[in-house]
Design a protein around this ligand. Structure first.
Ligand code: ATP
Length: 372
């Protein structure tokens, strides 16, 4: 029995997670997978009423679970960044979810590429270091130093920067930092993931010709790990990777990418596979509690209209099943999505006429039909 935390969140998050849970219930009926789901009321409504984002009580409740199934958060009444930082980023930090897994799959006919070649790229984006640590500041002309404090699971850093510039100019800076421990655990996860998938290589995306310090160190550690695992390593500069994803996406399998470049490439990937309604994502803590969610947000423009495409949430459930040791059940969810696309059982964003619930029912029917 798996113990899941369910956080529907806001807007269409609630609608697609309802469908996702029905789909998980159908999986329970025909397989050895079983779960109990505890609902957590975390999101904008609670924040607007009580001012609470992610409380200590939430954290201790979530810590007891095997995994978190998450919808979306976002609300036009709340200042941008408040919910994201106070809930999502905090959850990533508290549970040290240092891998962001984003599959990019050729869900034809919704792929905007001319060539109909199947692809299945697995982006592993490092989620805690690089240029997204908030390690920055400004020097004004009169002030000659700035200090930066960084607190992470792996280390605590306190840096003081000085300038003897006397021209009175102003500066702003943002530090991209990688640690040996951070790279090592990322590389280890990437190669073990590639090994489990049977991939012959890991592609490491960077810009080691310009950011030589951080990405040079990253390359050295990935090379060591490649030798240890006996799995090949290929380098791609991020600019070349952006082009290659369009012209030859089928040549990539497991792709490891640092935080900032990963943010950009996975959004390119989201459009390659057919849009926001088609992508699941995992924030993975290999030693702790992982969280699975659709890549889209709360979509206030269509909330409550039964139009939300639940496929991204279903694919997030598929990733949760795989992560929790149920690969066959996960594959069944992928097959059920393929079945819906092949038969035009889709919501309006994919040109169909079905409601969110109807797509869920079609998926459940497919799954229940797989009973042996
Ligand atoms: P948030 O602030 O929560 O990120 P947003 O509207 O800025 O919300 P998304 O929720 O990602 O960002 O939505 C972007 C656009 O994509 C919206 O027009 C939305 O209607 C559409 N969209 C997103 N997810 C879906 C979905 N599952 N089904 C159909 N359309 C979707």
């Amino acid at each position: 029995m798996k113990h899941l935390a369910i956080i529907p969140g806001d807007g269409i998050g609630k609608e697609v997670i309802d469908v996702g849970m029905e789909v998980l219930d159908a999986v329970c009926e025909i397989s050895s997978f079983d779960y109990d789901g505890e609902l957590f009321d975390i999101g904008s409504e609670r924040y607007l009423t009580t001012g609470e984002l992610l409380t200590e009580e939430d954290i201790s409740g979530l810590r007891k679970k095997d995994a978190i199934y998450f919808g979306a958060i976002g609300d036009p009444r709340v200042k941008p960044g408040v919910l994201e930082q106070g809930i999502l980023l905090k959850m990533r930090a508290v549970f040290d979810q240092y891998i962001n897994l984003r599959p990019v799959t050729s869900w034809f006919p919704f792929v905007p590429l001319k060539r109909e070649v199947p692809f299945d790229i697995r982006f592993l984006r490092e989620n805690t270091e690089d240029f997204y640590m908030g390690a920055g500041g400004t020097f004004s002309g009169s002030r000659k130093n700035a200090s930066v404090k960084i607190k992470r699971e792996l280390y605590e850093l306190d840096m003081e920067l000085r300038t003897n510039s006397s021209n009175g100019d102003d500066f702003a800076f943002e530090i991209g930092l990688l640690s040996k421990k951070g790279i090592t655990r990322f590389a280890d996860y990437a190669f073990s993931y590639a090994e489990a998938r049977g991939d012959k290589k890991v592609t490491l995306v960077d810009k080691a010709n310009v950011c030589t310090h951080i990405y040079g160190m990253q390359r050295t550690i990935f090379e060591e790990m490649s030798r240890e695992y006996g799995i090949g390593l290929e380098y791609m500069f991020v600019d070349a990777m952006a082009m290659a994803m369009i012209v030859r996406p089928e040549t990539f399998g497991t792709v490891a990418v640092p935080n900032l470049f990963g943010d950009i490439l996975t959004d390119l990937g989201a459009q390659l596979q057919g849009g926001l309604g088609m992508g699941g994502s995992g924030n993975i803590s290999p030693e702790g509690v992982s969280m699975f969610e659709p890549i889209h947000g709360s979509a206030p423009d269509i909330a409550g209209q039964k139009k939300a495409n639940p496929i991204a949430a279903i694919l997030a459930a598929q990733m949760l099943l795989e992560n929790q040791g149920y690969p066959e059940e996960g594959k069944m969810l992928r097959d059920s999505v393929r079945h819906c696309l092949d038969n035009g059982l889709t919501t309006p964003d994919l040109g169909g006429k079905l409601t969110t619930e109807d797509v869920g029912k079609a998926v459940c029917r497919y799954i229940l039909g797989q009973k042996k």
